[in-house]
Design a protein around this ligand. Structure first.
Ligand code: SF4
Ligand code: SF4
Length: 159
């Protein structure tokens, strides 16, 4: 099963959609571990963590992407984080509403992606098309807020 969250959903506050937008490297069910002290929220320099339902920390990608600086991990006094896990269980996907696929030049997402997971393939007489390198995409979400057509979503494959 694939679950997708795009920027419009995030801005609408549909943060309780599956998957839960837990902090990076955290267990999918960390409610028993977490003391709701807000240490990770205060430590995050990108301000992508906020207090969510029940006082638990939640990711909010509406303005920034996640830089994977691990300051939340360092700040947390509880055994919530495990760096042996992948930071996120989702990766970016680009949909057909991408401007380049409509013949309009756009490379906004390229500039946003620090790991260089989005490459643009040149085409003769047409705008280059974005291609995702899944082995490089960390799921940081930095590309979401830069896309003018909300053509990028984060998707999780279950099982
Ligand atoms: S989610 Fe993936 S493609 Fe988007 S900016 Fe982050 S690493 Fe790049
Ligand atoms: S920012 Fe959006 S519209 Fe522009 S190239 Fe990237 S996916 Fe396509």
């Amino acid at each position: 099963m694939s679950v997708s969250l795009n920027r419009r959903q995030l801005l609408r506050g549909q943060l309780d959609a599956r998957p839960p937008l837990n902090p990076p490297w955290s267990s999918e069910d960390f409610s028993d571990l977490y003391s709701r002290c807000d240490a990770c929220i205060s430590a995050c320099p990108e301000q992508v963590l906020r207090r969510g339902d029940g006082g638990f920390p939640q990711l909010d990608f509406s303005a920034n992407g996640y830089s994977l600086c691990q300051q939340c991990v360092t700040a947390c006094p509880e055994p919530v984080f495990d760096l042996q896990r992948p930071a996120f269980t989702w990766q970016a996907h680009i949909h057909g509403t991408c401007l380049a696929h409509q013949g309009v030049h756009c490379q906004s997402c390229d500039d946003a992606c620090e790991p260089r997971a989005i490459r643009f393939r040149p085409r003769l007489g047409q705008p280059p098309l974005p291609e995702l390198d899944m082995s490089s995409c960390t799921g940081c979400g930095a590309c979401l807020s830069t896309c003018p057509t909300q053509a990028i979503s984060l998707e999780v494959q279950h099982g």
